[in-house]
Ligand binder design. Structure first.
Ligand code: CP3
Length: 362
């Protein structure tokens, strides 16, 4: 049941953070929007940089104790109301048989360009190939249960993972990937299909280990025109949404630069659409109505504003999102290394202030 008969976001008493997030994902009544930030753990926090000293990023992701500590930092330090597993979209890739390095972006030693290379990719049981991911989730869930703070898992979407695997590194336009799409579609199709198998198994194992919500990051799918997105990306999102254990964990779909594919995002069946800052929230909220919840969408650079300006921006976004069945306050993309800690704190405080400014049901 998704509470379809309930009037969207009507009056309820004060909720705990877990209920607030889960109810917002499903479009049930809440007291105010929940708040967390993409890339909330990272280099903008001095406490993160201290723990990172002398350890590579990949080591950090595999070190359960450090990863748990870093995942929890944003709760204490900036007042975030959800914890996301500290990891990267590339964590499961080495075990598929691909060498990955971070400099600091992912770099692939031997980029994938042929069907032979795709066929060599393994899809191992994630519980055996990346056991530390699930251990981190189990420890986090145990630590968060008493505070009733929700835990999110995540994965990179096949198109975005394929973009790096084919290109070999980050790029502005991913020309090699796009060339493959037009000149050797069978290779990209086979690659996405293998990555889809990996992502489905990996996210379901995260749900089993305690993730209460999962987010799929498709950072580069917005490079495509609507027709190509419909052919190459929508079927993949739809398949993933259909094969996840969503009775236990709703799915948030993030597409960066996706203003032109909002209808396609909606068609995937994801519970929440996470918007970047280029999207007009009022328009998106009208469009999705009671069919999906929204997440977003402050420009991460707007955290350089004054506290008062950040409060005003948050009020504006929350107001614009009201026609959607639910709304999770977040950024339009991840926190940047130069993001001011004070700005992040103002952002989460502004979400809490919404409850005071707008009495329930007003
Ligand atoms: O949101 C969170 O707090 C959870 C952690 C998280 C990281 N990466 C940690 C990270 C998540 C959800 C990601 C996702 C990710 N990683 C995406 C999809 C979302 C997006 O941002 O578009 C992508 C494309 C990547 C690939 C990636 N990883 C890049 C391009 C980089 C380098 C650029 C950068 O900002 O550093 C990374 C490294 C990375 N991933 C860091 C962190 C904290 C920095 C590593 C360091 O400490 O040096």
């Amino acid at each position: 049941m998704r509470g379809a008969a309930e009037p969207a976001r009507s009056a309820v008493g004060k909720l705990d953070p877990s209920e607030r997030l889960l109810r917002s994902c499903r479009g049930e009544a809440v007291d105010r929007p929940p708040v967390w930030l993409m890339r909330q753990a990272g280099r903008y926090l001095p406490e993160y940089r201290k723990l990172r000293e002398g350890v590579s990023f990949l080591e950090m992701c595999r070190d359960v104790e450090r990863a748990v500590e870093v995942s929890l930092q944003p709760i204490r330090l900036v007042g975030s109301e959800a914890v996301i597993l500290f990891s990267d979209i590339f964590t499961p890739i080495p075990e598929m048989g691909v060498e990955v390095d971070f400099r600091p972006g992912p770099t692939i030693a031997d980029p994938i360009r042929s069907l032979e290379q795709v066929e060599k990719l393994r899809v191992p049981d994630p519980r055996e190939s990346t056991p530390f991911v699930f251990e981190i989730l189990r420890v986090l869930r145990a630590e968060l249960a008493s505070e009733r703070v929700p835990l999110l898992g995540f994965a990179g979407a096949p198109f975005t993972l394929a973009a790096y695997l084919v290109e070999g590194k980050g790029s502005k336009d991913f020309g090699t990937l796009k060339r493959m799409m037009y000149a050797a579609p069978e290779v990209l199709r086979a690659l996405q299909s293998r990555l889809t198998e990996m992502v489905v198994g990996y996210l379901n194992a995260q749900i089993e280990a305690g993730a209460q919500v999962v987010q799929l990051f498709d950072t580069w799918a917005g490079l495509l025109a609507p027709a190509e997105y419909r052919e190459w990306v929508l079927p993949v999102h739809t398949e993933i949404a259909a094969r996840l254990d969503r009775d236990r964990a709703p799915l948030i779909l993030y597409v960066n630069n996706g203003a032109h594919v909002l209808d396609e995002m909606l068609e995937s069946g994801a519970d929440v659409l996470s918007l970047d800052w280029r999207v007009d929230v009022a328009e998106a909220a009208q469009r999705v109505g009671d069919r999906a919840s929204l997440q977003g969408n402050l420009d991460p650079c707007a955290l350089h504003q004054s506290r008062e300006q950040i409060f005003a921006s948050v009020r504006r976004i929350a107001e614009a999102a009201r026609p959607a069945r639910g709304h999770i306050l977040n950024l339009g993309h991840g926190c940047l290394p130069d993001t001011p800690v004070e700005g992040v704190r103002a952002f989460t405080d502004a979400a809490r202030a919404l409850a005071e400014e707008r009495p329930c049901g007003a």
